[in-house]
Design a protein around this ligand. Structure first.
Ligand code: B1M
Length: 215
């Protein structure tokens, strides 16, 4: 089984989408948990891709090919994670912030939230503070969750919180932030309600806040 996870990682890194699909299916057929395939196969592979890019061993085109390969596996595990869905607990507006096009992490957050029983409004990538404001007015969510993968786009999170404040919407939502360069300290400094290191934590922190609000 461990070998299969290593093979999945290797195939994502090498950008072999059909092979990732085949290996993911094989792992599922052998009874491996979809969560294990995600957390120990697909996600760590993307970290290695990032390291290779940083060292100059990978170009952007190779990062994109690896991302596509990751989706070949993700698309197979997604329905299984979602089938564990329960009744709707609340609503979350989720997006990658302005200037940022990375969507794998944000999509995982959406997926885990849906699997955890939340209704999700996915605004996509490169989402401006104004679009967040419009979405909160329109959808009246319990949560706004923002993702940023670039140090240069983290400031869009603060701008979004300010825009929500200026429009009198800040108090009606709990705001969560995440993404590789984001930290608890940064979340505190911009006045977010919570930081989550991964998609699973985004769900557990949302649950915690909902429970606290109900008390
Ligand atoms: Co880019 N990229 N990229 N990239 N890319 C990074 C982020 C980078 C760290 C690579 C590196 O140098 N090592 C680096 C950023 C450096 C920095 O600012 N610190 C970088 C760069 C520089 C760039 C470009 C600027 C490159 C260029 O053009 N010169 C460019 C920017 C484009 C733009 O956004 N404007 C760019 C482009 C791309 C691609 C398009 C090629 C591709 C994205 C494809 C896509 O998303 N569809 C890409 C990729 C794939 C990466 C890496 C390799 C992988 C990102 C990823 O998907 N990780 C990345 C390196 C890395 O992160 N190690 C890199 C897997 C994903 C599951 O993790 O997104 O962290 P992550 O999400 C996690 C948690 O963070 C958390 O949960 C998720 C799952 O558990 N989480 C949240 C995320 N959002 C959350 C929100 C929450 C809670 C939790 O709300 C409550």
């Amino acid at each position: 089984m461990a070998n299969l996870l290593e093979e999945i990682q290797e195939s994502v890194i090498n950008g072999q989408a059909p092979k990732v699909k085949e290996l993911t299916q094989k792992a599922l057929d052998q009874g491996m948990e979809p969560q294990t395939i995600l957390n120990e196969g697909l996600i760590p592979a993307m970290s290695t891709v990032g390291e290779k890019f940083q060292k100059g061993e990978f170009f952007i085109s190779e990062m994109m090919i690896s991302a596509r390969a990751m989706y070949a596996g993700l698309n197979l595990v997604k329905p299984l994670l979602l089938s564990q869905k329960t009744e709707s607990k609340g609503k979350a507006v989720v997006a990658t912030v302005q200037g940022d096009l990375h969507d794998i992490g944000k999509n995982l957050v959406c997926m885990m939230l849906e699997g955890g029983g939340y209704e999700v409004v996915d605004l996509g990538v490169n989402v401006t503070p104004d679009k967040f404001v419009e979405a909160v007015k329109e959808h009246q969510p319990n949560f706004v969750m923002m993702s940023a993968l670039l140090t240069t786009t983290m400031s869009s999170m603060e701008k979004t919180i300010k825009a929500l404040m200026e429009n009198g919407l800040r108090e009606q939502v709990k705001i969560g932030v995440g993404g590789a360069p984001v930290t608890q300290r940064y979340a505190d400094s911009i006045g977010a309600d919570f930081y989550a290191a991964d998609a699973g934590e985004a769900v557990s922190k949302a649950n915690l806040l909902l429970n606290l609000a109900a008390k």
